[in-house]
Design a binder for this molecule. Sequence first.
Ligand code: T1G
Length: 697
Amino acid sequence: MNENKTVEYEIIDNIGIIKGINPPVNALSHSVRLGLINSLTELNNNQKVEGIVLIGDGRTFFAGADISEFGKPMQQPDLNNVIKTFEESKKPIVAALHGTPLGGGLELAMGCNYRVAISSTKLGLPEVKLGIIPGAGGTQRLPRLAGVEKALAMITSGIPINASDALKSGIIEEVFEDALVANAISFIKSKLQEESHPVASKLTNKISNVNSDIFEEFSKKIKNKLRGRNSPLCAIEAVKAATELEFFQGLEKERELFKLCHDSNESSSLIHMFFSERQALKIPDIPKETKILPINSAAVIGCGTMGGGIAMNFANIGIPVTVIENSQDSLDKGIKIIEKNYSNTVAKGRMSEDDFKNKMSLIKGATSLESISSADVVVEAVFEEMSLKKEMFERIDKIAKENCILATNTSTLDIDQIAESTTRPEYVIGTHFFSPANVMKLLEIVRGKHTSKEVIASTMKLAKTIKKVPVLAGNCDGFIGNRMFHEYVRQAHALAEEGAKVADIDRVIYDFGWAMGPFAVNDLAGNDVGWRIRKRHKQEGKYDNLRYTSTVADQLCELGRYGQKTNRGFYIYDPQTRQKQIDPEVDMMFEKVAKEKGIQRREIDDNEILHRLSWALLNTGCMILEEGFALRASDIDVTYAYGYGYPHWRGGPMRYAQDYGLKKVLEDIESFRKNNSDMWPKCNYLEELVKNNKTFN
Ligand code: T1G
């Protein structure tokens, strides 16, 4: 054994085993890079050693460069140097992969002569997800091993592939079910007699005679999705260089493009997203040691669109789930929809028949509430109506077992009122799933005033288990996401009344990078949902100034134009293709409403549209922070990126405003306030930040 803590080696039967020990994911930090070179040098100098196995300790082979070192001066040796040393090793090396060999980890493996893997391994070059490109030869070695097409697909999407795909593509040589180290040792022994060993940088057959049209075609194919993003295009350029230049020149080109990406806003925003998503899991007043309630079975009440989608999340990870409806007919309908959703996945080749059967077998239907009695978690997903939910929780309370988490899927209702209808309010928590609940990643978890720390910690853990991105919100109307979205939509309507066209507002937002503009989102979600909430707000006397709260949306609902589900909303939809078409009548409705309200209409430029919408989010986000309903600005960013289609590469609405400059944002808000004071409430939190020249971090 050598002295270095993050890398150790041992010799078994004349084979040197180099092991990275840098939990949790064996990131290639400075000490690891140093340890790798030192270990390899010592093993190469040891006469006894004939071959070498490179492995990672714990849950994974090296999962990439250490992202927390980004932006700091690079301490030598850099990863390119490490890989060069491995590639030039006198003794053959096999990288033995498990877990998630990603980014620099896979690049290091490609610098070894051979690669073998456990069948569950997921490997890839996810750098574009951080706004960069592989920077340690990945764009040069992967096409040499797997061919240009595969390399382009992997590098521009950043999506990892599984071991069998990697085997087929020529990235790895063998796949094992278990006993990775023993198998890797046998593997390298079987190669010792070979005269020479493959070196990825010297391979040429998969990169010669490549028709350069492929790069143009690939760019065209992905450009539409990228809008303002640049790193995937840089990745294409780097892979192209692999086919046109000598290896070391290609590497230089990669470096140049890497640097360009590394210094970009796209990258700093995406890295902010990466760490924010993980930070969101940390709740300051809930210690790490808090007891986690075991979840081995679930029940979902209501098998409509939401309930069915929620149930699928449990089945997807092997937790048996009972769905409950009040009639056999509704239950059959709900289960059919679930079945159809899974069948579509099978038809697309993304799920096997066996898997399909297995998932369906985990979902049981019932028409009696008694069936929730053995569940560890109950998610109530009935209609968004307080009286109904309260009545439901009274009944749930009587049946659910001790220690059962009682979750309500609501997007706006008061969790405390719901909790107080039970005898165990400390077990009640809000889980706001986003539609479609089996697809959307965000899970807004709402902490009521009674919710216990155990229940919060367990629900956060459960969210991770069912592969959601959880964010903890406080119990205010609309929580984090919808409270902000309400103000954003209000602003969109104000813009339309003041003279902007519906389609222009949506275009500006789409071009900025959002998945959809506000009106298209309303049509997708159903305008009747907001209509009902607005009516409730009116009844409850909330939002006393309703001047801009969606007069036209109300009128559309009164006409039965609920959105996509009725083929008409703010747009007109083709019932077959769902293609949307502008409806000039809707712009005229806004014009009419403006007249009635005495609003002077004018030309509104794209900049004003973008900033009014963006700062409406920001101002409300700051108020939520001031009132303590979100823990941190970055939680709001995560909420928007994973729940509302906000472009990750802009870093979220709070980060975007911060990058723009909070002082300038406040100046904009002050000028908007002159025309529209009720829409721009003063926020002390934001003013204090600006006054003290501070940022959210
Ligand atoms: N660097 C530093 N910290 C990292 C890290 C990394 N690469 N990956 C994870 N962590 C931390 C993370 O912040 C968290 O910390 C803890 O590890 C567990 O992570 C030259 C330029 C590997 C699939 O992009 O995708 O190589 O919050 O909760 O769900 O070309 O982490 O506990 O304090 O996510 O099991 C390329 C990023 C880098 C991989 C594991 N690599 N990581 O998921 O655990 S760029 C990546 C992941 C690069 C070269 C370049 C996932 C994972 P904390 P976790 P997980």
